[in-house]
Design a protein around this ligand. Sequence first.
Ligand code: CU
Length: 192
Amino acid sequence: MTILIRSLVSFSAVTVSLPFIAACSMMSGPSPASPSPSHTVIARTMVIRTGKEIHRPGWPQYQPAFWSAPQNSVVKLTIISHDSGASPLMMTQNDQVRGTIGGTEKVDGKTVSQIANNEISHTFTIPALGINLPIPVAPPGKTVTVTAEIPFHQAGSYLWQCMAPCATSPMGMGGAMVTPGYMRGTITITNQ
Ligand SMILES: [Cu+2]
């Protein structure tokens, strides 16, 4: 019992019912044999620091780059970016929000489904799950906050990466882009 309570507290879990179940059942992926009685809602926060801030110019960093959540949960993800630099995408389909409830994200509270390519600074992308959150440039000297609700159904270990060429050469795709712990990392969905 103690373990159960501690795990609930550490995940800041609350249970919700119909709206999330309805939203999740519309998402792709195998249907469970029987509907789960409720979904766990988990809050996770990532902060994007500039390379300058962490004293490694050209090496922007998501902090943390690794986190976990239980399967059949909805993660309320908050990404706070300190980066006011634009890194337009080479493959512009990643300007679209995908894989979130409603197909949208909120940028400083405003609901959007896309960010103009010349305003993109980073993305949070899980290719294997079709999840993509474009992160716009922050106003100079300020932060921008992106929030989204992401359902996770299947347990597993998933690579996430930034798709914007925000790092050092070649073509902005070196360094932080190919180094776990900076512009890529792993999300672990646990088999609770
Ligand atoms: Cu990036």
